[in-house]
Design a protein around this ligand. Structure first.
Ligand code: FRU
Length: 503
């Protein structure tokens, strides 16, 4: 039985990395991705393509972009809907404009050669199934070898297209604008700032609402690889600020970390989303070991789709701090059966014996008062799982926990693989999760989205998120069922703990 995740996107075969061209069109979610269909390591980059109605069940479509005949590879980029036909691409052979404006998808991507990277566009005349590369590509050529990952969006206030794109090894994000997606003018630059690492990649810029207010701020996301302060590998940071269509002005120089786990990189938000939700997906891996993790048919996966917002948190009695909030999107969709049914319906944590068995995917939310842990003298809240039933004595397991003494969340997958070891993979990831106040009580809040090979932890109602992949070796990976050991304060069960059944 396979370790293929069910709630997380994976390619049918070959190697995948970044999500590309995320866009909603005619009620469907389109997902493109960096894909090597012919090998199990990065290289030979194509744009793979899939569509979904609910962001969790995906149908694979034919390759959207093949490498150029001259060897140019299809590197990361984005997609927009050119509703008003600003590009002039959307005329039929009689010169008429097809009426379905929401199907006018334009892809903006990097063509990579060893000594040069340029920005290019392609468009679809069949509503997003096949793509035609623009005859006058490239649209931007700065004669640079490290210039990639264009993310384009429509800036309503200035009525222009805006592109953020990385001058990777200059640690700058260049901002361009255009009225027709073909001719671009550079208007400003951001950086160097924050975590530099060896290079900047995959920028994204979008406006987010601040929870419980009418206010908004702009967020600039910049991926960095290698150079993560967490583990030295790949990391995604963000800056909060203002954007006037020309310049991004950060509120401070603080680099904030998007996801505190080991497996989150090159995230991107969807464009053209109905009701202006901001939804993001990231690549759930790390360049430090992405090409090495054990794999048979395919390698790589994406995180689940997350809805983003900002939250104002008290920093001290005088000051507030804004933080990015992420929540798994459309969890209602998770309630419906996906593929094969599983025998056990999870109802409530209170009914779980400490060791329980269930399908490998669920979404569990628990809010635990710190006082309960104290009165029960509990050191940890922890969930440990393995593929064999004696979880606590299993040689291979993953443990996810919260240490009450110092408020640290940890994920330990160090025993996961015996045949393959990478120190960065094996090291415990640890990060603090400050308690929150609910009804005058100090609480720790955790949402755990569990799937085959990947677990996402949403701390403090999405205020701090951790994504880690995991993998048990083949001998123990015979069944899709996993066994779980859960240790919670007794009192927590009465406060608020529930499981969203998936099957
Ligand atoms: C990020 C990245 C991008 C590049 C792509 C190539 O993971 O290195 O900068 O466009 O992957 O696959």
């Amino acid at each position: 039985m396979s370790t293929r995740p069910c709630l997380h996107f994976t390619p049918q075969e070959g190697f995948m990395n970044d999500p590309n061209g995320l866009v909603q069109s005619n009620g469907l979610w389109h997902l493109f991705y960096q894909w090597n269909p012919t090998g199990m390591e990065a290289g030979n980059q194509h744009w793979g393509h899939a569509i979904s109605r609910n962001l969790y069940n995906w149908n694979h479509l034919p390759v959207a972009l093949y490498p150029n005949e001259d060897g140019g590879l299809m590197f990361s980029g984005s997609a927009v809907i050119d509703k008003d036909n600003t590009s002039g691409f959307f005329k039929d052979s009689h010169g008429r404009i097809p009426t379905n404006t929401d199907g006018r998808i334009v892809l903006i991507y990097t063509t990579h050669y060893d000594d040069r990277e340029t920005q290019n566009i392609a468009y679809s005349q069949d509503g997003g199934i096949t793509f035609i590369k623009y005859e006058n590509n490239p649209i931007i050529d700065l004669n640079e070898s490290q210039f990639r990952d264009p993310k384009v969006f429509w800036h309503e206030d200035t009525k222009h297209w805006v592109m953020v794109v990385a001058l990777a090894q200059k640690f700058r994000i260049a901002i361009f604008r255009s009225s027709n997606l073909k001719n671009w003018e550079k208007v400003s630059e951001f950086g160097p700032a924050g975590i530099l690492g060896s290079q900047y990649e995959c920028p994204d810029l979008f406006r987010l609402p601040i929870e419980n207010t009418e206010d908004h701020r702009w967020v600039l996301v910049v991926s960095v690889n290698p150079g993560s302060p967490i583990n030295g590998g790949s990391i995604t940071q963000y800056f909060i600020g203002e954007f006037d269509g020309i310049t991004f002005t950060p509120i401070d120089k603080t680099a904030r970390i998007f996801d505190h786990g080991n497996d989150f990189y090159a995230s991107q938000t969807f464009s053209n989303v109905l009701n202006n939700q901001v939804i993001s997906m990231g690549w759930a891996s790390n360049w430090s070991y992405a090409n090495k993790v054990p794999a048979e048919k395919y390698r790589g996966m994406l995180t689940c789709p997350r809805e983003l917002s900002l939250r104002s948190m008290p920093l001290n009695p005088e000051a507030q701090e804004l933080v990015l909030v992420q929540r798994p999107c459309n969890t209602e969709a998770l309630k419906h059966p996906l593929s094969e049914p599983y025998p056990l319906e999870l109802q409530n944590v209170a009914e779980f014996p400490p060791t329980f068995m269930c399908g490998s995917r669920f979404y569990l939310c628990a809010t635990i008062p710190l006082s309960a842990a104290e009165s029960e003298k509990l050191e940890f809240l922890r969930l440990r799982w393995s593929a064999t039933s004696d979880v606590l004595n299993s040689k291979q397991y993953v443990e996810l926990g919260y240490r009450f003494s110092d408020g640290a969340v940890y994920i330990d997958r160090g025993s996961c693989e015996t045949s393959w070891k990478d120190p960065m993979y094996s090291e415990r990831s640890v990060s603090n999760l400050p308690p929150i106040v609910i009804d005058d009580k100090l609480m720790v809040d955790l949402g755990i989205l569990m799937d085959h090979s990947i677990v996402e932890v949403y701390g403090n109602h999405g205020g701090k998120v951790f994504t880690n992949t995991y993998r048990f070796s083949e001998e123990v990976e015979g069944s899709p069922l996993k066994y779980y050991y859960l240790e919670l304060p007794q009192a927590a069960k009465m406060v608020k703990a529930n499981v969203l059944p998936l099957f």
